[in-house]
Write a protein that binds this ligand. Sequence first.
Ligand code: NAD
Length: 335
Amino acid sequence: MHNVTLIKGDGIGPSIMDAAVAVIDASGAKINWQEAEAGMSAYEKTGTPLPDATMQSIDETRVAFKGPLTTMVGEGFRSINVELRKKYDLYANVRPAKSWPGVKTRYDDVDIVVVRENTQGLYVGLEHYLTPQKDIAESLAVVTRDSSERIVEYAFKYALDNDRQKVTVCHKANILKFTQGLFLNTAREVAKKYPQIEFDEKIIDAACMHMVMKPEQFDVVVTTNMFGDILSDLTAGLVGGLGLIPGANIGTDAALFEAVHGSAPDIAGKNIANPTAVMMAGVMMLTHLGEHDAGMRMLHAIEKVVNEGKYVTPDLNPNSTCGTKEMGQAIVDAM
Ligand code: NAD
């Protein structure tokens, strides 16, 4: 039995998480869910977006399965996602994007894993105004050699463990010579230790263009926090959208699994959100917990339903009248 903290989250969170939990429970994995609150819904109920009880639960379980959390833009409380990543030092954000035979997109051979540094760069939250009138703002990016080294090491080890051939570092060291330069130089050093894996480097803007035009030249991509955030939405677009891409946030002694997408307020409460991304995050979580057989059963059932394209949400098939719940049930039935 594995203890897992379950945070259903905001917006579409509760509906996609209910569907995902039903599928995980049907996979044969024995999970003892500890439900906890975070985000806007927690703030409304308890006055804080990250209650102590939630952190106590993660302190104990060291594994969390989390729905998306709403973060106010430019005001209000800071991102709880960033808070959790910092608190549990979840330094590696792994976001695989693979073409689905049943989902029609411009390409049918995309298979890219973005490994994003998750704790540093421009997302450290060191921002302030320089004038009382608030007309000059400053944001600091922090990059350390140690953190760069461990994320690039993670990317190479991931490549080795998952039969991948190539690691591409994406950077902007031509302009940001200190922060991005440190990241790139560290990546070059680490790459020397892995001669069996091809190493490539691309400037981030060119990388975006190459990824859209020739995605097959990318395999594992390692990059800093903000570039990874943006690039993984791009890879999501290449394979059929945000409803399909999972994200694993991995630390040395804790891990948090979620979708790449947010709380999608525009479709919340309509039972049309695609639960595939959080379910795929569930597959990553089962693998992390050592539940390989249950994870594979779940993966094959998700693939069957998505590729058949019948019991899928409208983002995957505009003619479909199938909702989140029904898609979840079809996946349970397929299993
Ligand atoms: P979003 O990812 O929520 O939505 C972007 C677009 O994709 C919307 O049109 C939405 O309808 C669609 N979409 C997203 N998930 C979908 C799904 N499962 N099925 C079908 N369509 C889906 O991004 P946003 O609108 O920029 O952000 C909304 C909120 O989510 C913000 O408060 C943001 O801060 C937060 N957010 C949270 C996380 C997280 O918790 N990890 C990640 C990203 C954004």
